[in-house]
Design a protein around this ligand. Structure first.
Ligand code: C5P
Length: 212
């Protein structure tokens, strides 16, 4: 039975210098909703979150982080106590190779050299022991094909895939259409749901999966 859950949420910020960073539009909403739903179901919840404007749900242990590296460290610190991990965070895929200690002055640099960030979820998938692992995928094309590839590559139990279209932003409190695919290949389409409702449906499905 799942008792302890770890949820990641929000974007990460990758420093260019003390006043500038690379990030993305993630609001953290779905992760905070999942944390809140898990708390309502009596689970012990750790929420590792990048910078957001949201308040942590009551009774949830919030661990605030900034960069992907910070998030990785926090996840690895708390993972042993968790029998379920739900990674909703929009971890920045790249970070500047060098981050300046002082503010870069004009005319300054023209190019920022980037290096790849660690894939936290893939790492968790590799060290997986009796733990349900859930990933999210946001795609603009080939949604299911890419989601299935992530499910396999990252050794997940469930992947929740949502499509990003120019008309329908997934950022903020919108109504979403997602497809959930589990490790047995079962697909569940969840259409037109607000993130609060969606979080409950996802969590119910996760709690029904047996830890293997
Ligand atoms: O970025 P990508 O589409 O591969 O993200 C899929 C899943 O992997 C998400 O659940 C995300 O939280 C996680 N992820 C991660 N560390 C990264 C990139 C993604 O944990 N560096």
């Amino acid at each position: 039975m799942i008792k302890n859950i770890l949820v990641t949420a929000g974007p990460t910020r990758e420093k260019i210098d003390p006043v500038r960073y690379i990030s993305n539009y993630s609001t953290g909403k779905i992760g905070y909703e999942i944390a809140s739903a898990a708390k309502s179901r009596g689970l012990s919840v750790i929420l590792v979150s990048g910078p957001t404007r949201l308040a942590a749900p009551e009774g949830v242990k919030l661990v605030s982080v900034e960069s992907a590296d910070d998030m990785r460290k926090a996840v690895l610190k708390f993972i042993r106590r968790s029998d379920c991990v739900v990674m909703t965070a929009a971890v920045a895929d790249w970070r500047p190779k060098y981050s300046a200690r002082r503010k870069i002055k004009k005319p300054g640099i023209r190019n920022i050299e980037l290096v790849e960030n660690p894939d936290i979820l893939a790492e968790i998938g590799r060290l997986k022991k009796k733990r349900i692992t859930v990933g999210f995928a946001l795609e603009t094309e080939n949604l299911e094909k890419n989601a299935l590839k992530k499910l396999k590559d990252k050794n997940l139990d469930i992947i929740v895939a949502n499509r990003l279209t120019p008309k329908k932003s997934v950022f903020g409190d919108n109504v979403l259409d997602v497809v959930m695919i589990d490790r047995f290949g079962n697909r569940t389409g969840i259409l037109n749901k607000r993130k609060s409702k969606l979080a409950k449906i996802i969590l119910d499905k996760v709690l029904k999966l047996r830890i293997h």
